[in-house]
Design a protein around this ligand. Structure first.
Ligand code: UD1
Ligand code: CA
Length: 451
């Protein structure tokens, strides 16, 4: 059965107290909407429709940057969840199959749960609602289950009787149904409720009146966590990280202190990678099997190959490509640079817009001066080259294979393969002069104190 996904993200998110649209707030280094999109991708939708409203242009741009095939529709006025789903219908023209409605602000729903909803559909329920047992049911819609176990209706907290409000099985907001059936039911929804909105939830009672069956399936409450405030966002971050850490451990990643390792939505870590304490992964990081990330490293937009050792205290920025068995040590920053197999930059360096050849050694304090104040320029270091400590490589510049650069050099011209470059003031040594100067300074000081 083909599937389409509808993501609702038109709401204002007033309680975030923010100028940024709610679904663009970041969770695990990705906008909230990216999480909902990732969840939807797991059921391989033929089409995905995003309903935007507040901050629509910004939200649409962020979503398209992740998936350029996503259809974006605008709900100009937020007249309720039912109204929002109706806005998506034109984008589903010609689509026959099941639709799954998800919320852009509900980032933690698991693929298995969405698949279970579709299985319940396949097993004969016309509408499937995802519910959960709420620790604190508060403002959630309550699921009214009929004696035969089917779902009779959903009643919003504001419209519920005191007795209904005592129910703890709540509506997550996620729903699956045949597209045409759902559209038909939505056409009958009226805004005759406490909020004066078109409620998606009303389709359940309408379906029952037509002789259709609805069913609720339940998932753990954490999956339904919706982000309405900064406190919710922090809680969602904690829940995401707890899950990501458990998954990494289960997949064969060693972490000495998992609670201090922070993953992004798209972090990929291979088997037998060891990660020390206090490591942060920004977006787009891949670490291959058998690499080591020591304590206190920050990585983003980079690729670390097998056997490479990163840190402690290293920073890999976007475009850092660390090849097999390369070593990046303490207080070394790498940006947009390839560090080839077995090359080493172990101490206090900045390597930007560069290629470090296989087996090359970058001495402590080496800096690629890649920026002239206007443009960026490249530095090329050949295989097995040796760059002495405290060298400034003023780009664009090339150091050939096997070349040697003396410590303290400021390299402004290319160094041919195998050459030695020394680019610093020549040392002069004056026998005895150091001692004489010290003695002179001491006697001057003594004279001053006596006068
Ligand atoms: C909704 C459900 C409630 C459920 C709860 C779970 C309805 C009527 N109620 O209530 O049963 O327990 O979610 O969190 O469906 N949205 C739009 N356009 C609109 C209104 C909402 O796109 O006109 C989007 C919001 O951006 C959000 C989602 O729909 O992503 C839910 O909207 P919200 O107003 O938070 O619904 P609740 O009142 O919390
Ligand atoms: Ca809500």
């Amino acid at each position: 059965m083909p599937v389409a996904a509808i993501l609702l993200a038109a709401g204002q998110g007033t309680r975030m107290s923010s100028d940024l649209p709610k679904v663009l707030h970041r969770l695990a280094a990705a906008p909230l909407v990216a999480h909902a999109m990732a969840a939807a991708r797991a059921i391989e939708p033929e089409r995905t429709v995003l309903v935007v409203g507040h901050g629509g242009a910004e939200v649409a741009a962020a979503a398209r940057a992740i998936d350029d095939e996503i259809a974006v529709v605008t709900q100009a006025e937020q007249k309720g969840t039912g109204h929002a789903v109706l806005q998506a219908q034109p984008a589903l023209d010609g689509f026959e199959g099941d639709v799954v409605v998800l919320y852009g602000d509900t980032p933690l729903v698991r693929p298995e749960t969405l698949r279970a909803m579709l299985e319940a559909r396949a097993a004969g329920a016309d509408l499937v609602v995802l519910g959960f047992e709420a620790a604190d049911p508060g403002g959630y819609g309550r699921l009214l289950v009929a004696p035969d176990g089917s779902l009779a209706a959903i009643v919003e907290a504001r419209d519920a009787t005191p007795e209904q409000r005592r129910l703890t099985l709540c509506n997550s907001g996620l729903m699956a149904a045949d597209r045409a059936t759902l559209a038909g039911l939505l056409g009958e929804v009226r805004p005759d409720n406490a909020k004066g909105e078109y409620y998606l939830t009303d389709v359940i009672a309408l379906a029952r009146a037509r002789g259709l069956t609805a069913r609720a399936i339940a998932c753990p409450e954490v999956e339904t966590l919706g982000v309405n405030s900064r406190a919710d966002l922090a809680a969602a971050e904690a829940a995401f990280q707890a899950r990501a850490r458990a998954e990494a451990l289960a997949n064969g990643v060693t972490m000495t202190d998992p609670g201090t390792v922070w993953f992004a939505l798209d972090t990929v870590i291979g088997r037998d990678v060891a990660i020390g304490p206090n490591v942060v992964f920004g977006p787009e990081v891949t670490v291959e099997s058998g690499a080591t990330i020591e304590a206190f490293c920050h990585l983003a937009g980079c690729h670390v190959s097998r056997g490479a050792v990163i840190g402690p205290f290293a920073r890999l920025r976007p475009g850092a490509e660390i090849a097999e068995d390369a070593h990046i040590g303490n207080f070394v920053e790498i940006k947009n640079a390839i560090v080839e197999e077995g090359a080493k930059a172990n101490h206090l360096s900045y390597i930007g817009d560069a290629r470090i050849g296989r087996g090359a050694n970058i001495g402590a304090g080496t800096i690629t001066c890649n920026y002239d104040g206007v443009s960026k320029h490249r530095t090329e270091i050949g295989e097995r080259a040796f760059i002495g400590s405290n060298t400034a490589l003023v780009a664009p510049v090339r150091v050939g294979d096997g070349a040697l650069v003396a410590a303290g050099s400021v390299v402004v011209a290319d160094v041919p393969a195998g050459a030695l470059a020394i680019a610093r003031g020549r040392q002069e040594t004056k026998p005895g002069l150091g001692l004489r100067i010290i003695e002179r300074l001491r006697s001057l000081k003594a004279q001053k104190a006596a006068s």
